[in-house]
Write a protein that binds this ligand. Structure first.
Ligand SMILES: *Cc1c(COP(=O)(O)O)cnc(C)c1O
Length: 423
């Protein structure tokens, strides 16, 4: 290859990175080391120095990542069965832990069957692309704020897609009624939208699905383990699980481990198992992960204490920040979003919290959220103390003053009208 061509590639990639820097959304990962028994504190390393910080943006919502039962189950499994699963599910990589965990997850959602994937992302991508591709002439109806993994699956199916305005059932109905009655349809949506913390009108969507003969697909990633009497999610809490055809979840957030899954009717699950490329052609999850996840799921089916403490901490954090005039976006869930609306300011606020106050809250920028809605997303856990909350409030106030950010909550109310809509 000639020298000019080589430098073409180097320059090209360098320029793409420059674009991100210019927009203020170049991503910098925080180098963290969590210590069992010490969460939400962690050691943060930066340019040769290290210090203790408080994590305020983890999706290990309940601290199950350091739960004793979970750790013991994982250690036992690794000691008795070794490290890797040793193959794809089809070729020697199905362990007894897979069987037990899939049964446990089907039971959690009161479904006939469950299927594990290496992540929640893959579960959405695999299930949506496979089901919509197989159904003849399928039309998919997708909430405009659906997660990237669902969008990936929908694109992969090459089916015709209709994007409805966020949580807007009137718009969904308009789109449903525009499609021939006889065509197969899937409505894909989330229960809790993790960046705003708002919740879908699940019952109304199920009513429409029934009226127009559509299947329902819900992503309960931010709700499993957290809501419902057994941690089955918002659909369980609202008594709607039996009206949803496919419930998808993750083992990586409230369950504190890693992996994803779907649950539903036997034949439908068997079809995804049999046809989905990203399920079939990859090494399956290892025993230690599965045993830990099983312990976590089973524990949270029984135990209410983590959910109760978590709710109390989330409410306390919101009330404390609001009382100080910090513009928290109201929502009915555990998520505490604080709108900034500018990628540079968002990054600066996050940097100041870390550098001056030892608080770690990652800036949330495009493409995780639409442009113009850049924000801090705070996630309280049962392990954040009163002193942690107080320190968070004081630190955010100091940063808001230093950067001259708005304390005006009304300014945020209709922020969604101002966003640049993404198709
Ligand atoms: C995190 C997330 C996923 C992906 O789950 P992973 O297990 O992290 O891959 C899927 N959907 C939503 C809404 C998410 O926030």
């Amino acid at each position: 290859m000639s020298k000019e061509i080589k430098s073409y590639y180097d320059n090209f990639f360098q320029n793409r990175l420059e674009d991100l820097h210019k927009e203020g959304r170049y991503r910098v990962f925080a180098d963290l080391e969590r210590k069992v028994g010490n969460f939400p504190k962690a050691t943060y390393r930066d340019g040769g120095t290290s210090r203790e910080v408080t994590i305020w943006c983890s999706n290990d919502y309940l601290g199950m990542g350091q739960n004793e039962k979970v750790l013991k189950a994982s250690c036992d499994a690794i000691n008795s069965c070794g490290s890797g699963a040793g193959g794809t599910r089809n070729i020697s990589g199905t362990t007894h832990y897979h069987v037990l965990l899939e049964e446990s997850l089907a039971d959690l959602h009161n479904k006939e069957a469950g299927l594990l994937f290496t992540s929640g992302y893959i579960s959405n991508e695999a299930a949506l692309s496979t089901l919509a591709k197989l159904l003849p002439d399928c039309a998919i109806f997708s909430d405009e704020l659906n997660h990237a993994s669902m969008i990936h699956g929908i694109k992969g199916s090459s089916s015709e897609k209709y994007i409805f305005r966020h949580n807007d059932v009137a718009h969904l109905e308009k789109l449903l009624s525009s499609v021939e009655r006889c065509r197969p349809k899937i409505i894909a949506f989330e229960s809790i939208y993790s960046m705003d913390g708002d919740i879908a009108p699940i019952k109304e969507i199920c009513d429409l699905a029934e009226k127009y003969g559509a299947m329902t697909y819900i992503d309960e990633v931010h709700a499993v383990g957290m809501y419902g009497k057994r941690g089955g999610g918002i659909a369980e809490e609202r008594g709607l699980m039996d009206r949803i055809d496919i419930i998808e979840g993750t083992l990586g957030k409230a369950f504190g481990v890693v992996g994803g899954y779907i649950t539903g009717k036997k034949a439908m699950i068997d079809v995804v198992r049999s046809y989905a490329s990203s399920f079939i052609f990859t090494t399956s999850l290892p025993p230690a992960v599965l045993a830990g996840a099983l312990a976590s799921v089973e524990h949270l089916k029984q135990s209410q204490i983590e959910r109760m403490q978590h709710k109390e901490r989330a409410n306390k954090t919101k009330a404390c920040l609001k009382a100080a005039g910090i513009p928290v976006i109201d929502n009915p869930s555990h998520i505490v979003p604080i709108m900034i609306g500018d990628p540079r300011l968002c990054k600066q606020a996050s940097d100041l919290l870390m550098d001056k106050h030892d608080i770690y809250v990652q800036p949330i920028n495009y493409p995780t959220v639409p442009r113009g809605t850049e924000r801090l997303r705070i996630t309280p856990s049962p392990l954040h103390s009163d002193a942690d909350i107080e320190h968070l409030k004081n630190s955010i106030c100091a940063v808001w003053e230093e950067l001259n950010l708005s304390f005006d909550i009304d300014k945020n109310e209709d922020y969604r009208d101002n966003i640049v809509r993404i198709a």
